[in-house]
Design a binder for this molecule. Sequence first.
Ligand SMILES: Cc1cc2nc3c(=O)[nH]c(=O)nc-3n(C[C@H](O)[C@H](O)[C@H](O)COP(=O)(O)OP(=O)(O)OC[C@H]3O[C@@H](n4cnc5c(N)ncnc54)[C@H](O)[C@@H]3O)c2cc1C
Length: 337
Amino acid sequence: MHVHSDYCLDLNNTLGLSAKAHQLVCLDHEHQLPDLQELVRRQPNCWVLGGGSNVVLAPKVKALVIKVQTTGVQLLSETDTEVIVEAQAGENWHQFVQCCLQQGWWGLENLALIPGTVGAAPVQNIGAYGVELQQFVHRVRVWDLHQGKAFSYEASQCGFGYRDSLFKQAGAGRYVIVAVQFKLTKPRAWLPVLRYPDLVQHQALQQSVTAPAVFDAVVEIRQAKLPDPTQLANAGSFFKNPIVATDLYEQIRIHYPTVVAYPQKEQMKLAAGWLIEHAGWKGKQLGPVGMHARQALVLVNYGGATYEQVQQLVLQVKADVWRLFQVELEQEPINMA
Ligand SMILES: Cc1cc2nc3c(=O)[nH]c(=O)nc-3n(C[C@H](O)[C@H](O)[C@H](O)COP(=O)(O)OP(=O)(O)OC[C@H]3O[C@@H](n4cnc5c(N)ncnc54)[C@H](O)[C@@H]3O)c2cc1C
């Protein structure tokens, strides 16, 4: 495996930060994993990188960066109603969703147009428009860099939570996700998930509700709502929606009756975008970074921003939201330093 030194990552992160990896190696095939293990033995400080759409890169990433770019999609088994499909970690997520729909393997349509790779999808249990990845995961195949061995985890062993998993917590930097196996539905057994108001009201879904129609609607809604990172550098939603005790929610509601929140088991999930907007940050800039004018939850780099400037903005937004609501915002993208 070729090890690149001082590798420029400027085009490898959608937030458009200028960064260099101390070392970078590309994983193109699974059979390279034992060689990778040898490299990691010599340089144990490492980060796995997919499409770079959920990371905040320091100017110097003082680690061995493992860029996963393995490809391939395979049907493993099928019944009258279901299929088990395996995709390699480096596959582009959106293209994989498209490929599944074309094959008549339905289920992932609400997760259309999420940037990044298949391998990163379980890391934060990607979610959108009323569904989360964990609902479709059959197994996750990983390489454990601590033990130098391959393992396969069932969905129930992955510690999936809201934008969270074992791979983001204790397993961060330990596991390379090599492939993900999905349990998907054939059209005859498929049920749409149309809880999200934008989808319920979507014109095209009033007549025919098929997975490809839901996919098209999701793509259209996302394109209208979210800034395209190729046009305006960003890493999607920058903060998680905070989950708070019902008491705190009630207190906030007394002063702010329009606060947007959804029940979450015994607690309430607050819309972080609403909190940021009401803390005065919607459309506001701090130097070359700011919170987007239409989507307050999206932190954008208007050009030439540094890691430091992103951190400054994050601190200020968090402080203002805390001051007003006593709610702690948690950053969603991973800081890679
Ligand atoms: C415009 C925009 C919209 C977005 N919308 C959504 C959304 O609706 N819902 C949502 O959940 N997310 C969303 N995101 C966030 C992002 O797209 C997802 O988190 C995506 O899964 C990241 O994929 P990636 O390949 O770019 O991962 P990276 O950014 O490269 O990595 C993210 C994390 O995953 C780890 N990782 C990556 N690949 C592997 C692997 N093979 N093995 C082990 N660890 C790995 C990295 O170490 C890092 O911790 C959005 C981002 C953008 C820019």
